[in-house]
Design a protein around this ligand. Structure first.
Ligand SMILES: Nc1ncnc2c1ncn2[C@@H]1O[C@H](COP(=O)(O)OP(=O)(O)OP(=O)(O)O)[C@@H](O)[C@H]1O
Ligand SMILES: [Mg+2]
Length: 462
C-alpha cells in the first residue's frame, strides 16, 4: 500500500471498474464515481491525492470540473482521460494544471506508465509537503522569483542583460523596456527588480489597459473613505504600496492622457495625495515601464506626453525580436524542454536537429512566448523518444504554420485569419485563443480591437 487515494470519475461503468483494478493492484486506495455529483461527494469526504477525470462527461464540461477541483482542492493532482484526437482539450487541461493525460482507448502499458509516473510524483510531493510543514523553506516570495531566467547567447541578449544589471545597480532610475509582444519585457523587469536593493519590497505590475478609466486615478493614488460612491474605506494606491519597491507599468502606451500628467507629477515630486484628500504622502518608488508601441510616434500624434517619456526612459532597454537573434532559439528550446518535462514529470527527450533548423527559419510573430508554448505543446504531445518537427506544428484550422511556408500574403491578413481561427477553435475563449496564438490575452484584445474582430457568438468573453 502506498497510502495514496485515487478517485476515478467517468461515466462508463465498465471502464471505471477496469481502471480501478489497475490502481488497486498498484497499491492505491481507489474510489469510483460515475457522475460529477458522486465525484464531488467523494472529494468532500476523502482526502483524495489523485483524480482520474474523463473530460467528456455528458452534460458537463470536464475542464470546468478540473478548474473547480483545482480551486477547491489545490493539493489534488489530476490525470485527464480524453478521446483520441482531442488534443486541444489536452493542452488546455495541462495548462489548467493537469498532471498527465490518458487517451481513450488506451493500452495497458500506457496506464502502467502513467500510474508509475504519478505515484513517484505524488510520493515526492508528499515528502516536500512534509518538509515544508516542518521548515517552511520555500516561501511564496521565493517562488515568485523563480521565473526569471534570461536564456540566450546572442550579443543582443547579452547587451540586454548588461543593461538590466546596470539598472539593478542604480535602484532610483526609471527604466523603459521596449520590444514586440512575447520578447520578455516583463521577464527583464523582474530580473531588474529582484537583482536590486528594492528586492525585499514589492514589485507591483499594473496594466493600465485592463483598469476601467473611471477607477484609474483611485487605483494609482488611492482614495479617502467617502470620496466617491463605492469608496467605503481608505485605500492605498499603487504608488503608495510600492514604497521602497518597484512599480511596473505594463503597456504604458495605453495610459490615458489625463492620467499621464498626474503620474508625471507623482514621479517628479515623489509625493502623492489620495483622491478626496489634500494630505501629501511621500513615497519612494522606481518605475519600470514597458510597451510594444513606438512611443516616439505616439508623442508625435499627441497621444503620449513627451515630458513623461523623458522621465520614464532614463535608461532604455530594447529587446530585439527573436527572429533577429536566431542563435538564442536553441538554448531557449533546450531550456523550455527540460523545464517543462520536469514540471510534468516526464524524462527530457532530446530534440532532433531538424527542429532547430526549422525554428531558426521561422518568423516567431509571438517571439519567446510562442516558442515556449510550442515547446510546452511538443513535450506534452510527443509520443516518441525524441522531439521531432512533427511535434512542432502550430496547427490552426485549415493552416499549418511551418517555417517552409513560403507564401505569406500580407502580414495583417494572415494575422486576422489566425486570430479568427484561434478564437473559433477555442470556442471564443479569449484566454485559450491567446494561448494558442502564443500571445498574451491583452495583446489578443488589442489586436481584436485593431482589426475590428468581434465575438460573433453570444458567449460572455472570458
Ligand atoms: N530570454 C528569455 N529566457 C527565458 N524565458 C524567456 C526569455 N524571454 C522571454 N521568456 C519567457 O517568455 C514568456 C513571455 O515573456 P514576457 O511575458 O516577459 O513577454 P512580454 O514582452 O512582456 O510580452 P507582452 O508584450 O505580450 O506582454 C515568459 O514566460 C518569459 O518567462
Ligand atoms: Mg508583458
Amino acid at each position: 500500500m502506498n497510502n495514496l487515494k485515487v478517485l476515478i470519475l467517468d461515466d462508463e461503468i465498465q471502464f471505471t471498474e477496469e481502471l480501478a483494478e489497475f490502481f488497486q493492484n498498484t497499491g492505491f486506495k481507489t474510489f469510483i464515481a460515475n457522475t460529477s455529483a458522486e465525484g464531488y461527494a467523494v472529494l468532500k469526504k476523502e482526502a483524495i491525492d489523485l483524480l482520474v477525470l474523463d473530460v467528456r462527461l455528458p452534460g458537463i464540461n470536464g475542464l470546468d470540473i478540473l478548474k473547480e477541483v483545482k480551486k477547491l482542492y489545490p493539493g489534488i493532482e489530476v490525470i485527464i482521460v480524453s478521446a483520441h484526437g482531442d488534443m486541444d482539450t489536452v493542452i488546455r487541461a495541462m495548462r489548467l494544471g493537469a498532471l498527465d493525460y490518458l487517451r481513450k482507448p488506451f493500452r495497458t502499458m500506457d496506464i502502467q506508465i502513467a500510474i508509475e509516473r504519478t505515484e513517484k510524483f505524488l510520493i515526492l510531493q508528499q515528502r516536500i509537503k512534509q518538509m515544508e510543514e516542518k521548515n517552511s523553506l520555500i516561501s511564496k516570495n521565493l517562488e515568485e522569483k523563480i521565473d526569471r531566467h534570461l536564456i540566450g547567447v546572442s550579443p543582443q541578449i547579452l547587451h540586454v542583460l548588461d543593461l538590466a544589471m546596470k539598472a539593478a545597480k542604480f535602484p532610483d532610475i526609471n527604466v523603459l523596456i521596449t520590444g514586440e509582444s512575447g520578447t520578455g519585457k516583463e521577464n527583464i523587469a523582474r530580473i531588474i527588480h529582484f537583482s536590486s536593493t528594492r528586492k525585499d519590497y514589492l514589485l507591483y505590475t499594473v496594466n493600465s489597459s485592463s483598469i476601467t478609466d473611471s477607477l484609474l486615478e483611485s487605483e494609482f493614488f488611492g482614495h479617502k473613505k467617502g470620496s466617491f460612491t463605492g469608496a467605503i474605506a481608505d485605500k492605498k494606491g499603487f504608488f503608495e504600496v510600492c514604497d521602497h519597491g518597484t512599480l511596473f507599468l505594463d503597456e504604458i502606451a495605453d495610459m490615458p492622457l489625463n492620467l499621464q500628467s498626474k503620474v508625471l507629477r507623482a514621479i517628479e515630486e515623489k509625493k502623492i495625495a489620495r483622491v478626496g484628500d489634500t494630505h501629501q504622502i511621500s513615497t519612494d518608488f522606481r518605475i519600470i515601464s514597458a510597451t510594444n508601441h513606438e512611443l516616439d510616434k505616439l508623442v508625435e500624434e499627441k497621444k503620449f506626453r513627451l515630458d513623461l517619456l523623458h522621465r520614464l526612459n532614463t535608461l532604455h532597454i530594447h529587446i530585439p525580436p527573436l527572429r533577429e537573434r536566431p542563435e538564442d532559439i536553441e538554448p531557449l528550446l533546450l531550456y523550455f524542454n527540460e523545464d517543462f518535462s520536469k514540471k510534468i514529470n516526464k524524462p527530457t527527450n532530446p530534440i532532433e536537429k531538424d527542429v532547430i533548423r526549422m525554428l531558426q527559419n521561422y518568423e516567431f510573430p509571438g517571439n519567446v512566448r510562442e516558442l515556449k508554448n510550442m515547446t510546452e505543446r511538443a513535450v506534452i504531445l510527443s509520443q516518441g523518444q525524441s522531439l521531432s518537427i512533427h511535434d512542432f506544428t502550430l496547427k490552426i484550422k485549415g493552416k499549418h504554420f511551418r517555417s517552409n511556408e513560403s507564401v505569406r500574403s500580407t502580414l495583417s491578413e494572415n494575422e486576422i485569419e489566425m486570430i479568427r481561427n484561434a478564437l473559433h477553435n477555442c470556442e471564443f475563449n479569449q484566454n485559450a485563443a491567446a494561448g494558442l496564438l502564443g500571445i498574451s490575452r491583452d495583446s489578443l484584445i488589442r489586436k481584436m480591437k485593431k482589426y475590428h474582430i468581434q465575438i460573433t457568438r453570444n458567449e460572455n468573453p472570458t
